[in-house]
Design a protein around this ligand. Sequence first.
Ligand code: SER
Length: 598
Amino acid sequence: MKLTADQLRDKYLKFFASKGHAVISGASLIPENDPTVLFTTAGMHPLVPYLLGEPHPAGRRLTDVQKCVRTGDIDAVGDSCHLTFFEMLGNWSLGDYFKKEAITWSYEFLTRELGFSPDQLSVTVFEGEGHVPRDDESAAIWKSLGIPESRIYALPKEDNWWGPAGTTGPCGPDTEMFIDTGKPACGKICRPGCHCGKYIEIWNDVFMQYNKTADGSYEPLKQSNVDTGMGVERTICMMNGYATVYETELFAPLMAKIRELSTARPDSEEAAVRAERIIADHLRTSVFVLGDPKGGVKPGNVGANYVLRRLIRRSVRYAKLLGIGTGYTRTLAEIIIANYKHVYPELEKNAETVIAELVGEEERFEKTLHAGQKEFDKVADALKLHGQTTLSGRTAFKLYDTYGFPLEFTEELCLEQGLAVDRAGYEEAFKKHQETSKQGDATFKGGLADNTVTTTRLHTATHLLHRALQHVLGPHALQKGSNITPERLRFDFSHPEKMTPEQIQQVEDMVNEQIKRNLPVAVTTMTMEEAKAKGATALFAAKYGEQVKVYAMGEFSMEVCGGPHAATTGELGGFKIQKEESSSAGVRRIKAVILNVV
Ligand code: SER
């Protein structure tokens, strides 16, 4: 059966709605409350509190489409199916149905709705380890549906255990579904999970029964959950009989443009094709990160900002390899936005920022690329002349600090020259630099609360700050981005000019006053329309009639939000603004800390 991505998303949501699932909106690509990861990596990610037992406002059966970014596989990008951005279709049982229904519906959807032949399907189940036994139950269910034993593989933890998404959280054994492309076996141990391209994984049902804690142990969860994830790009690729995801309509116009803009071809055709795919993949991811409704991630030197910078710069470098001229990021971004705006209207809404940031970063990098490349060539030649094989950490840091070469980028250049990089030396130089620049930063933070408690409280402080800014500056001071680490909150909001010291003081005082009042933080569930009618601030769109949670702090603040939050504002202990600065045109940024009460 031939199917477009639009048809697939639609079919999936309808199918699971017919099985009693509430269709919810996908979340932002920038995680709300999880400082252990930089981006949303799976559909389950925004649902972590509910997998841990908190009731979800829409019920115990959910389905959605979630934008995901994963950079763990960045080096595999360029093959037929690995991507740094992808859309994940998912269905969840929050302590409701379990293996039998999950697997039966997966089978039904694949064979009846998508028309895959049962003969094309191979599945894997968990082989068992330690106190978690082999998943014979899932194997028996697959068998009862007609999958022969010869195509049911029991594999170890590295293949058939999923999660947690960050360092802690819900996880469990899974059963994965693969489509046999019909290619001949590679000759090694070729089975689902082999990377030769014969078997492509398109869906994964995770049975989340465990919570991985900070000390690395697994404790049983209060409820047995199901978390599934199906990759949109791979599935339509398989359904249409394409050899690679780049042939699907999600990439085709982009690939055609990249080819049209190319004026040079590297010697090996394989290298040329890889370059084209890397450019397409990395720019698509960058457009989605920059266009995210939560905002706030711009090319920079740390965390998510660094990942974005690395993606853009890597694409520029491969564009150079193909002789693609300056300004191509704009041309390609326009195609990506046009291709996706009917599904993700935020891309069109934020198009101006997306393009300005891409072009800005492309230009910044171009300026230094030439000089940096010269410096690199000089060092590489000298090393080779003296028979040395390792580039020093100090040089790698200089290339980073002076020429804006991400470390991984220097490593790629070195690899091409048969050189290694002293990574430890680089990290040491980096740390030393950071320590020097941090000196003099007074810290206000005290208390002994752990990271999760602190980030939850910082999130509560963010709501108070948002409201206080509107009181002091006016109703235009709306949230444009937010980011929380265990140390501080960062909040971007619209405001045309620098805040005066008096305004900063007023905002700080107003937040501290709410903390002193020790307001209870109350949560209620209602539809988005009801929330808006009550005057709640709502930053993100929700489907009509969708149930949402509204957090109120006394009369002071009311916001639609996923939570979690502190129980009372008093827990925050105190609030201090450390910095007020420009974020981008018309957007200011505040960094603030809390005192924490144990
Ligand atoms: N969390 C699982 C995955 O990412 C299933 O959604 O594959």
